[in-house]
Design a protein around this ligand. Structure first.
Ligand SMILES: Cc1cc2nc3c(=O)[nH]c(=O)nc-3n(C[C@H](O)[C@H](O)[C@H](O)COP(=O)(O)OP(=O)(O)OC[C@H]3O[C@@H](n4cnc5c(N)ncnc54)[C@H](O)[C@@H]3O)c2cc1C
Length: 325
């Protein structure tokens, strides 16, 4: 067994941002453990140029399975395609960023290969020439290191745990394979698909998130956060404490029971930095924390910390950003 395969999900005709982030993380890890990375893309009507461009995100090779049965968003045909890729490539590890489809497909692949599987990994590390994951447990109160005792290891990372590089360029050779589909894989038809409607802005896609916590004092405190987010052209996020209090919509909640985000910049205002919040935003590019308590846990993992009253600091920050145009 050799190499790392990354299942890349296609959504709306493009490889999902979450898959690109995992691919880049796999490339970093592959360098550390001396394993090449293969991007495995499944779908219908896949474009060769777009496939080759995955080389810019760390793929040494791209394996594409292109079939109408793979374009419906159903997991079982994807298991067949991954099994065919595995037969050809004999990868040592399989990785995928979590989504409804990939979590199902990776579970199916692990069962097919008799492989160990780690779900909800938030970090990937090298231990000599082996991959070790870090996954949360016991309601995110602990982070456990998990490796594999099986010849093949399968990892599903928490959604949006790894952010891809913008404007990456590069190219990789593309090899097309034709999987054979099991009879049961063709026994299900997707008859409809509806996206849940969020009441707020899409915090998963924003480059800048300005997040508010209980330190805002009350629901009205979000006015300064919204103002600041607007100045950055970003979106507003929140802790569970404030959404539970009814200060802001649930769609903005970041953390274990909310969304996992990885913006370029995350500005945490009046947020203590509890582990359940941290697991949802630790993949952010730069974390700035504004808190009046210099011992707040968030300062342990913020890149930049400002000790002070957010009601004084945030409006000044907004003013500065606006002044820069
Ligand atoms: C099973 C479980 C799941 C959970 N899931 C989530 C989740 O998904 N997301 C999540 O966020 N939490 C989650 N929590 C809750 C989490 O444990 C914390 O309680 C929560 O994140 C705290 O929110 P907070 O930081 O807004 O409030 P607090 O912990 O009360 O922190 C408020 C902070 O504001 C600071 N402050 C006060 N006034 C000011 C001011 N004027 N200027 C600057 N700073 C000020 C204080 O110093 C303090 O550090 C979960 C808990 C459990 C048990």
């Amino acid at each position: 067994m050799a190499g790392i395969a990354v299942l890349c999900e296609v959504q709306g005709g493009q490889v999902a941002k979450g898959s690109l982030g995992v691919l880049e993380e796999a490339a970093r890890l592959g360098q550390a453990i001396g394993e090449p990375v293969t991007a495995v893309v499944t779908g219908s009507g896949l474009d060769d140029v777009a496939l080759a461009a995955l080389g810019g995100h760390g793929a040494a090779t791209v394996v594409a399975a292109d079939d109408p049965r793979l374009g419906a968003g159903l997991a079982q045909p994807v298991v067949d395609a991954c099994a065919a890729a595995q037969e050809a490539g004999q990868s040592r590890y399989w990785l995928a960023g979590a989504s409804i489809m990939t979590a199902d497909a990776m579970a199916g692949l692990a069962a097919r290969l008799g492989a160990g599987i780690v779900i909800d990994a938030v970090e990937l590390h090298a231990d000599g020439s082996d991959l070790v994951t870090r996954r949360s447990g016991l309601g995110d109160s602990v982070l456990a290191h998990c490796g594999f005792t099986t010849p093949v290891g399968v990892v599903v990372t928490r959604a949006n745990s790894f952010a891809p590089t913008e404007g990456a360029s590069g190219s990789a050779p593309v090899e097309r394979i034709q999987p054979s589909f099991r009879s049961w894989s063709e026994g299900v038809e997707l008859v409809g698909h509806e996206d849940a409607e969020d009441s707020g802005p899409d915090i998963g896609a924003a480059d800048v998130l300005v997040a508010g916590g209980r330190g805002l004092g009350d629901a009205g405190g979000f006015a300064v956060i919204e103002d600041c987010a607007a100045a950055f052209g970003g979106a507003v996020a929140a802790t569970r404490a404030v959404v539970d209090a009814g200060w802001y919509p649930y769609s903005a909640q970041v953390g274990q029971t909310g969304k996992t985000v990885s913006p370029k910049l995350y500005i945490a205002c009046g947020i203590s930095g509890a582990i359940q919040h941290k697991v949802g935003m630790q993949g952010s590019g730069t974390i700035v924390a504004i808190n009046k308590d210099k011992n707040a846990p968030i300062f342990d993992y913020a890149d930049l910390g400002v000790v002070g009253d957010l009601h004084d600091i945030v409006p000044k920050l907004t003013e500065l950003i606006r002044a820069r145009g």
